[in-house]
Design a protein around this ligand. Structure first.
Ligand SMILES: Nc1ncnc2c1ncn2[C@@H]1O[C@H](COP(=O)(O)OP(=O)(O)OP(=O)(O)O)[C@@H](O)[C@H]1O
Ligand SMILES: [Mg+2]
Length: 311
């Protein structure tokens, strides 16, 4: 779905998972084509990390299949693992009493990299992730942001084709988050495939090609953001109306009400013009009306709004 006719890097089909009696994932299927970035979006506990842990083999798959570049972990673990790299939520995989450089060398050996390539690769990561200044410091003495950058470097030392990033900018300051953002764009340019979770929607909006919205362990929708105008016969408008209104109309996909005004996002047929919209609100005082690209935040707010209404 993400890029037509591309090579499939990740293929998740019919995956369900339970912890004890609690079902946390139900019939999850999606794909990531080579060179695409997929954002995994959902509230706390929706099942995002569980999908990543299943995909990297930290939890045993009991229902469904997960293939990386055509290989399953069961049939060909070596090929599968050589293609992937993962930075997991909140937990750094680094050895705290070793320096960043020693950690990088250790992970390079673990990934069976050729000795002659290791030095160049480390230099590349030093510059891309701005970690040169603390390469010789022991990991335990580094700040959270420094550790996160070092963890990313170690996870990607072998230049994996498919990268899993679980909240990579969590707790990072603006500069560090921006650096990781820029690095992701560089990885995408290089043709890497990426699955990323984050609660930072501005960050996601800038890096993903598509987003999968997860609700209580089920796929709510998969939205393509890159080819949105070509693929969708729909167009979005943002309308701000004076006063508090509880409009109910088929085309309203999100509603935000403050003390003084009501902001609506409408999803309409692409032939709908501004005058058609103004006609819908002809009895109201329209403060502003603009054509708007759908954002991850719009869909997320709509999803959690509907969830609350259903309860
Ligand atoms: N090891 C475990 N044992 C039992 N239940 C678990 C375990 N890991 C996760 N869960 C449960 O599975 C569900 C999904 O958790 P998961 O960590 O995948 O959510 P998430 O979408 O990553 O949330 P967050 O945004 O908070 O990181 C939650 O209800 C959680 O309590
Ligand atoms: Mg999580």
């Amino acid at each position: 779905m993400i890029k037509k006719g591309g090579l499939r890097m990740l293929d998740v089909a019919g995956v369900s998972h339970s912890f004890g009696h609690k079902k946390v994932l139900s019939n999850i299927s999606f794909r990531i084509e080579k060179g695409s970035v997929l954002g995994l979006v959902g509230v706390n506990g929706a099942g995002k990390t569980t999908i990543i842990r299943l995909a990297v083999g930290l939890i045993k798959l009991s229902e469904g299949t997960i293939r990386v570049n055509g290989y399953s972990l069961e049939d060909n673990p070596r090929e599968y693992q050589s293609k992937i790299g993962a930075v997991l939520e909140g937990k750094q995989n680094l050895y705290p009493r070793m320096s960043v450089l020693e950690n990088l060398k250790y992970f390079a050996c673990l990934r069976k990299m050729k000795k002659c390539n290791i030095k160049d690769r480390i230099e590349e990561l030093e510059s891309d992730l701005a970690i040169k200044a603390f390469m010789n410091k022991e990991v335990y003495a580094l700040s959270n942001g420094m550790q996160q950058k070092a963890a990313i470097a170690c996870s990607l030392i072998h230049e994996p084709e498919l990268i899993f990033l679980d909240e990579p900018t969590l707790g990072l300051d603006y500069e560090a988050a921006n650096l990781i953002h820029q690095y992701l764009l560089k990885l995408r340019k290089k043709g890497k495939s990426i699955l990323i979770t984050s609660h930072d929607f501005n960050f996601l909006n800038n890096v993903v090609d598509s987003a999968l919205f997860l609700e209580d362990g089920q796929i709510r929708c998969i939205q393509n953001f890159k080819d949105i105008d070509l693929e969708n016969e729909r167009v979005n408008y943002k309308v701000v109306i004076s006063g508090v209104h509880h409009f109910d109309h088929d085309c309203i996909i999100s509603k935000q009400i403050t003390d003084n005004y009501t902001e609506l996002i409408l999803e309409c047929d692409k032939n709908t013009g501004l005058s058609d919209i103004l006609r819908i609100f002809s009895d109201e005082k329209v403060i502003s009306l603009e054509k708007k690209e759908t954002t991850i935040k719009d869909i997320y707010l709509n999803m959690i709004g509907e969830q609350k209404n259903a309860k």
